[in-house]
Design a protein around this ligand. Structure first.
Ligand SMILES: [Zn+2]
Length: 439
């Protein structure tokens, strides 16, 4: 078991495939073994791998990865939501709470019970057999912090005053349970999910490899209509301060002769997503973003039913409409709705997403297979396509329906300067290889 912990779990305590589902699968097996060993007078609950991997660490890393609702993203292979999986989560966290007494586990336990019982009441076999205490599931003091898992290659950006938070995946492919999804982001709002990992359908379905593992089903960039290679990206900078969280993630191995950099800055008010792609020859580059709660657009959109591609998942995408870039740089605004299936009751929170369109840009609104619980419930997506040797995708998200105003002040000696403003406030940033720097 200690050997298994040493080779199967990364030093940051996540299972090596980077899949939350398989992480829990393995942790549950460890706990079953520990329960049996205890009957023979052997205590395995404090077992440690060669680099400090432990059962407690495996619980704690799930707390770090959970979104503000206590939900776990379906990273890499695994179901989006499924009752037997929620039972497994409640089982392991009842055991974890009893053995390790970390009150943060209550937040994830409450979400598992919400899935099982529709409210977070602590009812069921798992609570009866493994639970302890008075059943109180209060989670009011729960604060999500920004965190980096350097070995597994995930980071979460949170700010206590911003309703938006995100997770970015840049780490190892994840073996046979991996997805071609480097630099993918998962976006959450405090009242529910905005742009989730879609999960995976049962393995018999063609959609498993044909859609859910493909790059275009994720919120990242696809080049030349082909999925990325299985590979590992890196982070180049991760910076935390009381004002902001910032990460720069990069990869040179997704495609031949292609450099990708994603810079993500979360402040008290804004989320800035700056994605830069450089190729050695002109190709189509697609920045994609999928929103189960829906995307609304207005303005100059042209109805469309063209095919955006045939292979690598593209045949499942249906174009609805598009808008094109002008000879000058122009902003396009969209409104995203939080998935009502995840939102707190009475809330249909909206988030504004604004992106800069360049002369080579074509922005499509699309429909594609839905979350893996029921892919036939097709969902909205946005695909920003640029055909060039080099592309910049600059997108700004803000809570509420009112968009920000983005203005580029052009290139200066230390990078491009952009101004972002709302009716009340404005900010200036310089974009350069050190990051998105407030000036
Ligand atoms: Zn995925």
């Amino acid at each position: 078991l200690i050997h298994h912990l040493s080779i199967g779990i990364k030093p940051d305590q996540l299972e090596f495939e980077g899949s939350v589902y398989y992480h829990i699968f393995v942790l549950r097996a460890y706990l079953i073994a520990a329960e049996m060993a205890e009957r023979f007078g052997i205590n395995l609950y404090a077992a440690e791998g060669e680099q400090g991997q432990s059962f407690k660490g495996m619980f704690d890393v799930l707390v770090l990865l959970a979104n503000p609702q206590g939900e776990l993203s379906a990273l890499h292979d695994g179901p989006f939501k499924r009752v037997p999986f929620a039972r497994e989560i409640s089982e392991i966290f009842e055991i974890g709470l009893r053995k390790y007494q970390n009150p943060a586990y209550i937040h994830l336990l409450a979400d598992a019970y919400r899935q099982l019982n529709r409210d977070s009441s602590r009812r069921g076999l798992e609570a009866l057999v493994f639970g302890t205490g008075d059943g109180d599931m209060h989670t009011d003091n729960y604060k999500k912090l920004s965190v980096l898992l350097p070995d597994s290659g995930f980071a979460c950006l949170n700010h206590p005053n911003n309703a938006l938070s995100l997770l970015v995946d840049f780490g190892a492919h994840g073996g046979s349970h991996g997805h071609y999804d480097k630099l993918n982001i998962v976006l959450n709002h405090k009242s529910g999910s905005l742009a989730p990992e879609l999960g995976v359908v049962p393995y018999g379905s063609d959609l498993r490899k044909g859609w859910f593992a493909e790059t275009i089903s994720h919120n990242t960039v696809t080049v030349g209509g082909k999925s990325q290679k299985p590979h590992e990206g890196i982070y180049k900078k991760f910076e935390l301060s009381p004002e902001y969280s910032f990460i720069r993630v990069s990869t040179n191995d997704a495609y031949p002769n292609c450099i990708m950099d994603r810079y993500l800055l979360l402040t008290e008010e804004l989320l800035i997503d700056w994605f830069e792609v450089a190729l050695d020859e002109e190709q189509e580059m697609d920045w994609s973003f999928h929103v189960p709660g829906g995307i609304s657009v207005n303005g100059n959109w042209i109805e469309d039913n063209s095919a955006l591609g045939e292979t690598n998942g593209y045949r499942h995408i249906q174009s609805i409409s598009y808008t094109t870039g002008q000879p000058y740089v122009e902003q396009c605004d969209m409104v995203l709705t939080v998935d009502p299936k995840t939102a707190a009751p009475d809330q249909a929170a909206k988030v504004s997403m604004s992106t800069l369109l360049y002369p080579t840009s074509k922005l499509y609104k699309v429909k594609s297979p839905g979350i893996s619980v029921d892919p036939s419930q097709r969902i909205d997506g946005a695909i920003h396509r640029q055909t060039a040797k080099k592309a910049r995708f600059l997108t700004v998200f803000i809570d509420g329906e009112k968009p920000v105003n983005i203005k580029s002040l052009g290139n200066h000696s230390n990078g491009e300067i952009i101004q972002i403003s709302t009716e009340e406030k404005n900010w200036s940033f310089v974009l350069n290889s050190s990051g998105i720097i407030k000036i």
